[in-house]
Write a protein that binds this ligand. Structure first.
Ligand code: NAP
Length: 394
């Protein structure tokens, strides 16, 4: 870290920076200009007390990303004092350490957004924090301060300043989600940070590697086209699960396996029915191809070692649907319909849009289209689909 001597007005931009993005940089730059600071030092947090449960990249990665993001701005510095600390990160400890590195008369300004300032009353040694620094709070239109914060402002009248910044709807949470969903993050953060994220495989779990064994069995049992479709359904199901807060790993695996019996020739379908004592109803007898999802329940359990009842049911009902489906069942049903390599058909874009907004509305829309399509083709509609449509229509 560069020396902190001979700096009269020092800003501290503390953050988890998981990852750093343009809103962090823009607000720092506005504060720097408005309050005539000499330098701003970015301090990525160590293990923050308020974020123990979320997917945090290592301190080293977050430090490297901040370093890349600020490298062209001589007014911005970086410090690793928090990530080097073994125990929990508290701002009071950071301020004491920074203060000891500065001149006696250096003014320190701790920069926060409104969410953070609303928590400061609750931080360790709040009163001592105000002895060591002032706060600059970056605000966006319609910001709200809690009563506790208003009391804090009353108490420390000349120690909390405000700086209005343009509203940028960028958040680290959303960037992580987009990386995981394989969506673009370009223009949300500096290019070199984006490249760093991809190069280091941050914010993504490689389920294909984890389920290599299942993938190999599947490959031997499906045509190439069906295998590729299954991969797309797995990815789509994972993305929908992330969007709707459903277990992404279960969605991925159920999506991958959902068609495991789809390429069984007829004799094998009958053989499998016999083996698992599954009786074909009248409709399945006339359209035995439909049986693949019901048989998928047994094969997924026996051959692919899936024991979770919700995953097994999402495979079982992925063709017909049923009343009162679980969210995972809905996701597999929808992912099968909207996966990106499906050739274009009427209603696909509407279904894709609905799928990421409202699972029930998407199910209703897809059931309606599917029933219509199959009726036109002269196929018999399975009663489960009709019951499901009636159920979701309400
Ligand atoms: P963060 O999520 O990485 O965010 C860093 C700062 O950027 C926050 O002030 C945040 O504002 C702001 N920001 C994020 N997105 C923005 C956007 N789109 N537009 C404008 N501003 C945006 O960091 P954090 O995890 O909240 O941590 C902030 C600091 O508080 C850290 O230094 C941490 O160590 C400290 N902290 C200390 C204690 C303690 O000592 N007990 C407890 C908690 C946090 P918002 O505040 O509005 O999110």
């Amino acid at each position: 870290m560069q020396s902190l001597k001979n700096i009269k007005k020092l800003g501290i931009m503390g953050g988890t920076f998981n990852p750093i993005h343009y809103a962090h940089l823009l607000s720092s730059s506005y504060v720097f200009e408005k309050y005539n600071l000499d330098k701003i030092i970015f301090i990525p947090t160590g293990e923050p007390p308020h974020k123990r449960n979320i997917n945090i990249a290592s301190g080293e990665h977050r430090y490297n990303m901040v370093n890349l993001a600020i490298q062209d701005n001589p007014n911005f510095l970086i410090s690793n004092i928090e990530i080097e600390r073994d125990d929990t990160t508290y701002t009071i400890d950071t301020l004491r350490q920074i203060k000891s590195m500065c001149d006696e008369d250096t003014d320190i300004y701790f920069i926060t957004g409104t969410d953070t300032i609303n928590q400061v009353y609750n931080w360790k040694e709040t009163e001592n924090i105000f002895k060591l620094c002032k706060f600059i709070v970056t605000t966006r239109p319609n910001y709200v301060l809690d009563d506790n914060t208003k009391n804090l402002i009353d108490k420390h009248k000349n120690k909390i300043y405000f700086c209005e910044i343009p509203k940028l709807e960028i958040s680290s949470t959303n960037i992580r989600k987009r990386v995981e969903q394989e969506k673009t993050i370009t223009y949300l953060l500096p290019k070199n940070v984006e490249e760093y994220i991809y190069k280091n495989n941050l914010y993504k779990t490689d389920f294909f590697k984890k389920y290599e064994k299942q993938l190999n069995i599947l490959k031997q049992n499906l045509t190439e086209k069906r295998f590729n479709h299954s991969i797309q359904v797995a990815k789509e199901a994972k993305n929908l699960a992330i969007q709707h807060n459903v277990d992404k790993e279960k969605a991925f695996l159920a999506g991958l396996i959902h068609d495991c019996c789809k390429c069984f020739p007829l004799p094998k379908i009958y053989e499998t029915c016999e083996k698992y004592k599954f009786e074909l109803d009248d409709i399945l007898k006339k359209q035995p191809d439909l049986a693949h999802s019901f048989l998928g329940y047994y094969i997924a359990k026996d051959i692919y070692n899936i024991q979770d009842e919700d995953m097994l049911n999402s495979i079982k009902y992925h063709t017909t649907g049923r009343e009162n489906m679980s969210n995972l069942e809905k996701i597999i049903y929808i992912a099968d319909y909207i996966e990106p390599t499906r050739p274009y058909f009427d209603g696909i874009y509407e279904a894709r849009e609905l799928a990421y907004k409202d699972l029930d509305k998407a199910i209703q829309y897809i059931l309606k289209n599917t029933i219509q399509f199959n009726t036109q083709k002269g196929r018999i509609i399975h009663p489960l689909s009709i019951e499901a449509y009636e159920y979701y229509k309400k």
